[in-house]
Ligand binder design. Structure first.
Ligand code: NAD
Ligand code: TYD
Length: 339
């Protein structure tokens, strides 16, 4: 099989490429990535010389380039990870989110239609369901939960999901969608909660907790997400949505305290800062469908996954130091100074 993976220089796409080339050494993988601030070629360095892998620097919204690549490569499947992915950035400047996340998705699906009704998988998020109350632990997101978004980011992802379903119904494009909860693991860009707290702890910098730190996220080790996507692409039912999550709900403040403990630092580093606008209270996935239909279950529990993740950041300082010493400094100052 020949697959196109978009956004492969990012966190989940990069992990997916590493996983996929090991799991399916007979397949060929073509990665399209624009290398935005979130894309990092050093994430792909270990596979750059693999003759089953090709990297193409391109924008998924660039119709001409995408179509030319499809014509040349004639892929069997496309897995779309490419996106603007950070909620806080979407609150500052929504436009690029609409462009990449919605128009980029349409461009890729148009290429799929033109070059042989190519199998298309959309990597979506549980954030399209909005949030759940903190005091109703019985409520979980199912695939039938209505779309009800809070941020420009989640709205752009929801817009893309609706388009994917429309392309299936209108053109018969063979699509699937996965909606996963928060991922963590290696190669996670340091603007996100877990890597930000690890990196700040290592520099003894304040740990900025939004609001009171009581918001709940449902964390999944990134490799478990990659395995779920692989299963859906191979065995999922066309036209279906699959929720992906491992029943691992945690409050932000508890994650931060755990990282502090693991790194032997002091809780005095915790600094409560102004809350995020429109901050979703709680995400929680019901993964019954993917478990019952495809046999998927998470393999890495949080206790093990967070230890592996912290170890990876300790052993791969050059990967993240290069990021935080660059443009990221301006981002950090803008978002966190005097917050
Ligand atoms: P990321 O921000 O780490 O990586 C995104 C990648 O996409 C980067 O390499 C970037 O260069 C590339 N990209 C951005 N715009 C592009 C464009 N116009 N053309 C080509 N490439 C472009 O994101 P991530 O955390 O790896 O998320 C990957 C996907 O998974 C996203 O679609 C996101 O919505 C979804 N998702 C993420 C999470 C999570 O916890 N991170 C959870 C569920 C779903
Ligand atoms: P994030 O990693 O941005 O993922 P998402 O917003 O997509 O769930 O944030 C996870 C949670 O952590 C979210 O409730 C916001 C909170 N948070 C902080 O408290 N401080 C921070 O510096 C960041 C980046 C996030």
């Amino acid at each position: 099989m020949k697959i196109v993976v978009t956004g492969g220089a990012g966190f989940i796409g990069g992990n997916f490429i590493h996983y996929y080339l090991k799991a399916h050494p007979e397949d060929r993988v073509i990665c399209i990535d624009k290398l935005t601030y979130a894309g990092n070629l050093s994430t792909l360095a270990p596979v750059m010389n693999n003759d089953k892998f090709r990297f193409v620097k391109a924008d998924i919204c660039d119709r001409e380039t995408v179509f030319a690549l499809f014509e040349e490569e004639q892929p069997d499947a496309v897995i779309n990870f490419a996106a603007e992915s950070h909620v806080d950035r979407s609150i500052e400047d929504p436009e690029v989110f609409l462009r990449t996340n919605i128009l980029g998705t349409a461009t890729l699906m148009d290429a799929c239609r033109v070059f042989g009704n190519v199998r298309y998988h959309q990597v979506s998020t549980d954030e399209v369901y909005g949030d759940l109350p903190l005091n109703r632990p019985d409520l979980l997101f199912t695939e039938n939960t209505p779309i009800h978004t809070s941020s420009p980011y989640s709205s752009s992802k929801a817009g893309a999901d609706l388009l994917v379903q429309a392309y299936n119904r209108t053109y018969g494009l063979p699509v699937t969608i996965s909606r996963c909860s928060n991922n963590y693991g290696p190669y996670h860009f340091p603007e996100k909660l877990i890597p930000l707290m690890i990196v700040n702890c290592l520099y003894d910098k304040p740990l900025p907790v939004y609001g009171e730190g009581l918001n709940v996220r449902d964390w999944l080790y990134v490799e478990d997400h990659c395995k779920a996507i692989d299963l859906i692409v191979r065995k999922g039912r066309i036209g279906e949505v699959y929720n992906v999550g491992g029943h691992n709900e945690m409050r932000n403040i508890d994650i931060v305290k755990l990282i502090i403990r693991e790194l032997g630092k002091s809780e005095d580093l915790i600094t409560y800062v102004t809350d995020r606008k429109g901050h979703d209270l709680r995400y929680a996935i019901d993964p019954t469908k993917i478990h019952e239909e495809l046999g998927w279950l998470p393999e890495t529990c949080f206790e093990e996954g967070i230890k592996k993740t912290i170890k990876w950041y300790l052993e791969n300082r050059s990967w993240w130091e290069e990021i935080i010493n660059g443009e990221y400094q301006h981002y950090y100052e803008k978002m966190y100074n005097n917050r």
